[in-house]
Design a protein around this ligand. Sequence first.
Ligand SMILES: Nc1nc2c(ncn2[C@@H]2O[C@H](COP(=O)(O)OP(=O)(O)OP(=O)(O)O)[C@@H](O)[C@H]2O)c(=O)[nH]1
Ligand SMILES: [Mg+2]
Length: 246
Amino acid sequence: MNPQEGHHVAIILPTYCEAENIADLIQAIENLNLNSTLLVIDDSSPDNTKNIVKKLKEKNQNILILNRSHKMGLGTAITDGFRFLLALPKPPSYIITMDADFSHNPQDISRLLNIAENGCDLVIGSRYCQEGKTKGWSLTRILISKIANKLTGILINLPLNDYTSGFRCYSKGYIIKALPQLHSETYEIQIETLRQAKLQHSKIGEMPIIFENRKKGKSKLTLTEITAFSKYILKVSWEQLADKRN
Ligand SMILES: Nc1nc2c(ncn2[C@@H]2O[C@H](COP(=O)(O)OP(=O)(O)OP(=O)(O)O)[C@@H](O)[C@H]2O)c(=O)[nH]1
Ligand SMILES: [Mg+2]
């Protein structure tokens, strides 16, 4: 089916230099026969990820590409994706976000969607709840992730285990309300979306996932992203402190 005619679910795949992963990932998702729209948001990757997607699009009508002029960050990729999908003649009822490097297992998509369909506005694929796991990360990478998760947990104060996972399913209703308030450029989008869920009193679900470190391609998590994330945490902490004083 053509995305213009409407699919129940859309999957956002942000890509920056994922030429080694994207074809296999799209094929793995297509094999699930979910009847979904796949939206690849590519920031003019120098490895020509976009051309691989364009070829696949010729055979699969459910693939859409949003091409941006340069690397603009994961946060804006996700919000641009939300805007793009909501502007379709028949927007999807659910939107899934996942990394395009096989760290998030496509086989988990249906489980994520089922939980959302049973009444959650936001479902998180969780590495840190019981039965969740990360595989193949260095000690430094585990530490960075755990510290970021702990700090976010303190800041947000919601009873969750994994605040920073990017493998999520959002309801259309949640996105319509939250989108005007989302301004993140990079990875802090994961906190901002949770803060909005808290403000909206959204029902949030968590399900265990096994996160595997990418086998192909390079991580985009650099000092720039870590700095943006830390600045966001500091900014929100400061705002919350100021609110308490007033
Ligand atoms: N369009 C777009 N996609 C991005 C950008 N930065 C990262 N991505 C994609 O977002 C997803 C997550 O990025 P990763 O490099 O896997 O980052 P990560 O999962 O936090 O890091 P690792 O687990 O260390 O690999 C991947 O599909 C990237 O290709 C960006 O600036 N623009
Ligand atoms: Mg990754």
